[in-house]
Ligand binder design. Sequence first.
Ligand SMILES: [Fe+2]
Length: 319
Amino acid sequence: MEFAIKNFKVGKLEGEKLVDGETMPLVLQPNSNNDVESLLVVLEKNKEWFKQMIIDKSAVLLRGFNVRNAEDFNDIVETIGWENVRYVGPAPRTQIHKRIFTANEGPLSDTIIYHHEMAVMKEYPKNVTFFCELPPSEGGQTPIVPSFKVAERMMEEFPEAVKEMEEKGLKYKFIAPGQNTQSYIGGGWPLFLGTSDPVEAVKRAKVESDIDMEWLSNGSAEMIFANRPITKVFEGRKGRKMWFNIVTLMYGKKFTSVTMMDGTEIPENFVKRCEEILEEESIEFKWEKGDVLFLDNFAMLHGRRPSLPPRKVLVTLGK
Ligand SMILES: [Fe+2]
């Protein structure tokens, strides 16, 4: 059955999933005019409704509006009217236009592990919005995962371990090089913190992001993220407990690690099962040129599948 909300037609998407009675992502297509200018008029009239809908639905895909470039994308986001959030972190990103950045310039052959944007920082954006300017011919999807499902299943399978981590908190360690390296989290500490002055870097890390820094002999810095949560409940998200951590991203890697706050190791099978559950609960679709994907960053994790070049996906963060 076809139905419409406001000036949008609700579409179907190959790969969408029904999660606890909600279709994820919700696909909105043009009801009549399919140009960006008409879309901006509709958004201008319904901005509060639109913002609330992203919270209610967790993920919304606009498709078929002929969004052409970073300028169009910026107009859409500015019309909705979120406050801009500056990215802080190790992902290599370039500003394209105003609040629009490249999504991640790490090698396209890398898989980007599921995460909530800036989940271990002091402040994290409420929403993450992607725009596909150039879809890759194969792969390169941006899979999304309803975070509450992961929390639910992990609590079911590992009730004691989750409880222990909730009580103790987590400690992540990340070795940030002095220079950028070729990886999707390869930004060195100067890029991460926006300064190459070591004294200023230590101050910024602590004050702006609650990160402790320890210098290593080769110009690298160990960044320590203490007392981070494993789950979190956000206002207005149906009381759902979210899997608001980056354990699978940081666990046992060459430059990253995670333990409980008191040094207790996280069991390997806990991490392995979590990886499997994330995959099982993931939702993915093929990007089309002009797609705009809005995510409630408090409710949805996202990642990236490897692809061959070219692929151009842009991003903006808001609150
Ligand atoms: Fe991300």
